[in-house]
Each structure stands twice: as structure tokens, then as C-alpha cells.
Write a protein that binds this ligand. Sequence first.
Ligand code: GLU
Length: 367
Amino acid sequence: MNSIVTRFAPSPTGNLHLGGIRTALINYIIVQQAKDKLPNSKFYLRIEDTDKERSKEEYTKDILAGLDWLNINYDSDPQIQSSNIKRHQQIAKKLLENKKAFKCICSNEILDKKRELNKKNKINNKKLCETCENDAKVQSTHNDYTVRIKVPTEGVNKFTDIIQGEISVNNKEIDNFILLRKNGTPTYMLSVVVDDFDMGVNFIIRGDDHLNNVFRQNLIYKAMEWEVPQYAHIPLIHGNDGKKLSKRHGAISINDFRNEGYLKESIINNLILLGWSPNKIEKNEFIQIDEIIKSFDISKISKSSSIFSYEKLNFFNNHYIKNKDNSNDLIKYCENNKNLNIFIKNDKDKFIKIFEVKNYRHHCHYI
Ligand code: GLU
């Protein structure tokens, strides 16, 4: 390998929140580390906007602004997935020609019935269409078909994830999923593989909610005789009640954290320590981006989900605000905090003086 190429591939169907930032941050760090020895290494951003109904321009803006604020810098302009649809369709056609995919004309009603029947009879058969593949008439139709991947009936589909270890599943448990819909649009499963291949991505780092997609995506890589990338699936972040991160826990836009007066140093320090810790860490856990790039080891990320808490974030923010040379960040933080802004409103000058006394003491300490 003469370079490491990673990407962050958010769908602009919502704001950029902590989970996304953590994924982007780790992709960024890995490439910064690699650039030392492999200077051609790249970190790309791809906006996956193929779900036209749910994708919104405002979310794309939110994603770009958040990455920009945190200095998570990517190489080249962001790639927009929907501009590549023709290429995705071309690959689906190639897979059909090479008999790695087949046409399916089953209607939704037929597939739903099959699903119900399987459920009722407790049949664990993931291949909903079993007839079209071997029906010569169906394979020669020109209209109204979906394109499905062919899945080997035998054998095991295996890969080693840098965080999750070795994972395998029997091919018979993989569905012959759709590559192209009846209206000719590509599915996520196809687009993501084609784009990753075209961009030269050889290391995929993303949330472990995508772990099960690897089996399917690797089938496409293999069918195209493309080299399968390395994978690292990061456990998701949960709130301190153990539940999936929601608005209440901090799954708000990263830009809201900025508006509330949180510093980027605090966000990065907090996020990187979720599920990982450096060997040598100061007792107080403060670590900034340059130091993180020196010591981060992706293979040491814990397999279990990690907990985000505001308490911890406030602890870091308190530290970084205190260490600033002037009180601007403190004022901003307090102005946006409904409990603290009363003090600012009452006597801003006093507030600033208190900060300066602290700073004065801080400096004396080093004299
Ligand atoms: N667009 C997908 C998402 O936002 C991520 C795709 C991927 O990383 O493979 O969940």
C-alpha cells in the first residue's frame, strides 16, 4: 500500500452531530498519521445525497460548517454522490453482463407475500426472489425490472475488521439485494462501493451500524474483481442512560455546541477519549489534536459503545476556557447559558475582572 485513502460519507438527511464528528475526526487523524510515511494519503468528504426526498441543502451546509469549525480538513472539494449516478448504473449493467447480477420482475405484493410466508413458517430465507434468476424470459426483458446481486448459495463470507475482529456469515444468509431500482436509480449499497472504488478509498472507517453492510458490499467488490478495502467499524456513542444518542443527550448539530460557547478543543478532547485512551495520558486527560495524531491507535478502540456526557464535556470546556488569554470565550459561553447569562447581564465588567484575576494568578504561578 503506498497511500492510505479514507473518506467521511455523511448523508445530508440531518444535522452533523457528535457521532458523525467522531467518525470524521478518526478518518482525519488516520490520514494525518499516514502522511508522515505515505505522503500521498488522502482524506475525502463525500456527500451521499441520493435519497432526494430526505436530503436537504441546509444539512449539507451544516456538515461543511461543522467540519470547517473543527479544522477537520479534507483533501479536494467534497464529492457529491448524486453527480455519479450514471457511473453507478454503468456498473450495474456490467454486473448483469458478467452474470454477477440478474433482473427481477417480482412486484412488491409478491415480495411482501413471500416475506409474510417466511415469517409465518419461520423460514430463515433471505433470498426473496428465487425464480427470476433462472428464468430466461425474465433475463431478456428490457423494461420494468430491478437488478439484484447474485449471491453464492454455498460458502462463507469473511473479513477482519480492525476494531471488531474477524467476522463471518454464511452466504446463504445474505439476501440477493437490489442494486438498481425499477426506475433505474442505484441503491446505497451499489453507489457507496462504486464511489469508494473510484476515489481509491482503501480504508473505510465508519459507525458500526454499517457492519452488516460489509458482507453485501464485499460481494460487489468481488464480483467486479476490485480489491476489498480495510474496515474499521467504530462503536456508536450512547447517552449516559445507555440509550442511543438522541437530541436530549447531545445529538444536536455540532454547530449548536459552537453557538453555546463550547470550544473545539473541548469537543475533540471529549470525543477522542470515548472508547480510547493513550498510553501516556496526563492524570487530567487533557489532550489536543497534535498530541492525538502522535499517539492515536485505531486498533485500540473499545468494541463496546461509549457514553457521552455533558458533565465530561463541561469539564474539558472549563479547562480550555480557563486557559485562554482573554475572557471572550468565557463571555460567549456564559451569554448562551441560561443560568449564567444573568451574571453577565448584571455586571459584565466584574465578570471580566474575575477572569483577569485568575489569569494574573495563573501567570504568576509560572514566574
Ligand atoms: N451515508 C451513510 C450514512 O450517512 C454512510 C455510508 C458509509 O459510510 O458507508 O450513514
